[in-house]
Design a protein around this ligand. Structure first.
Ligand SMILES: [Fe+2]
Ligand SMILES: [Fe+2]
Length: 472
């Protein structure tokens, strides 16, 4: 869509009515200073502000470095060697991206005041446009053609229009390098078994394990970038859902004590969005099947999380903690397994923008379990980018754990398992007794003088058990 420069009328000062003017401006004489001297003052104040910001940034970097040294995350000799290795790589200056969605929709960092983002058109227009575009990719997928735009054909988005044949060759070689990356499912499970288990009741652990098995089945070991793209499409949904539900609870007048969490959840969602954009820039969204699966799973997941929140916010956070811990294992395994290749490849442009030049206030916001501004990330290679994502996921785990801390029911998940088991046993017994009473033509069933129907009634044992469960 073309955008023209907006020209403001009267430099943003509409003509005020006589009355309004007399209210807005007391009867004082106009400032004697000329406009240019005011402009000079503003400019020098802006310079002073920029210098102060640069000094603050330098102080924060020094602080983060000292924290990293204390925590053993200091730049080691092997990392210096990694810089030498990267600088000798033929891909060191390759500047391109491979995102299919980006090829149609662009990237927000390219939108500036000279090219404003505009306003979305109506839903029908956008839906028709999107469906038309995806339809041809879907047809290609159904006919087994994986070499058309939108279904497997490599998209190369160069930073400049002036690309030499040698540069173009390097760009497609880099893409081939990405296609050689692997991810061992068995090794991810081994990592999960080797670390301390995230405490979770079986009612949460069962769908979590089903989801992990689904991921292993749908994404074979030679498609890690596509798997990550899918995961990150879905991974944003919890934070989007929590903010929706916190807002709804506020609107209904039920709860607003944790309003501040909405800022943390937004920062988490913004972080996950950048993980997604990194995988998109690596070509993770090239296949129609992955886009279809990712977007529809995300919508379903969003709905399911809203329902889970309604039943128990603590359990919804617990589910996210499990997923985030699995993400740490997955990214740690991937970075380790492909270290040699990843260290030769440059970090995507969006990764550098987000980690090094982005809004670090927002970056600090989601890391609630560590002192503010104690983590700063340098991303030169793709290995750095994946390590940064891995560490972000670890911060998400810590934040999700903190979100459950005030729920006393989550203090002992074995009790939840026990009570859930007892409740299920009572429900099964109730169904069986109902059937037995019906077949015997009885209204009530007494065993040993005890009215079974009454035991399972509103004041009975079943309801007492259910009251102890966090989701009732
Ligand atoms: Fe993520
Ligand atoms: Fe995450």
């Amino acid at each position: 869509m073309e955008h023209s420069h907006r020209v403001s009328r009267g430099a943003g000062t509409p003509r005020a009515s006589r009355g309004a003017r007399s209210l807005a401006r007391p009867a004082v004489t106009e400032p004697s200073r000329s406009r240019s001297s005011v402009d000079d003052e503003i400019e020098s104040l802006a310079n002073a502000r920029d210098e102060a910001q640069a000094a603050l940034r330098a102080a924060q970097d020094a602080y983060a470095e000292a924290c990293a040294r204390r925590d053993g995350r200091v730049a080691s000799r092997s990392e210096d060697e990694a810089d030498v290795l990267f600088n000798a790589s033929p891909y060191v200056d390759v500047r391109c991206e491979y995102g299919y969605i980006q090829s149609n929709a662009g990237l927000y960092i390219d939108v500036s005041k000279t090219r404003p983002p505009g306003v979305p058109r109506n839903a029908l227009t956008l839906a028709t446009e999107n469906f038309t575009r995806e339809l041809s990719a879907m047809r290609a997928f159904l006919s087994g053609d994986n070499s058309v735009p939108g279904n497997g054909e490599p998209v190369i988005l160069a930073a400049s229009t002036d690309v030499s044949p040698e540069e173009a060759e390097l760009m497609s070689e880099l893409r081939d390098q990405l296609a050689t990356l692997t991810l061992s499912n068995d090794a991810i499970w081994a990592r999960e078994k080797a670390r301390p288990e995230v405490p979770a009741p079986w009612i949460i652990k069962a769908p979590y394990l089903a989801l992990c098995v689904f991921l292993d089945l749908v994404f074979p070991e030679n498609r890690p970038i596509q798997r990550f793209w899918f995961l990150e499409t879905v991974a944003r949904m919890p934070y989007f859902s929590y903010n929706t539900m916190l807002t709804v609870y506020e609107l209904l007048g039920w709860w607003r004590r944790s309003s501040e969490l909405r800022r943390v959840h937004f920062a988490e969602e913004w972080n996950e969005y950048h993980h997604l954009l990194i995988h998109e820039s690596l070509g993770g969204d090239a296949a129609w099947r992955d886009r279809f699966l990712g977007f529809h799973s995300a919508l379903l997941y969003y709905g399911a999380l809203n329902v889970a929140w309604l039943l128990s916010p603590a359990l919804a956070y617990n589910f996210s903690e499990l997923i985030e811990a699995h993400a740490v294992d997955t990214y740690a395994q991937f970075a380790e397994e492909n270290k040699a290749t990843l260290r030769k490849l440059p970090a995507p442009r969006i990764a550098r923008k987000y980690y090094e030049e982005g809004d670090l206030y927002l970056f600090d916001e989601f890391q609630t379990a560590r002192p503010r501004s104690s983590r700063r990330v340098r991303v030169t290679t793709l290995y750095d980018a994946f390590c940064a994502i891995r560490d972000d996921e670890a911060e998400h785990v810590a934040t999700m754990a903190e979100c459950q801390m005030e729920d006393s029911a989550m203090a002992d998940v074995r009790k939840i398992d026990l009570l859930t088991g007892a409740a299920l046993a009572f429900i099964a017994a109730n169904a069986w007794i109902d059937r037995l009473a019906q077949s015997a033509g009885l209204d009530t069933l007494e065993i040993g003088g005890v009215d079974v129907g009454e035991t399972l009634s509103e004041d009975g044992i079943l309801v007492q058990i259910l009251r102890f469960l966090p989701f009732f």
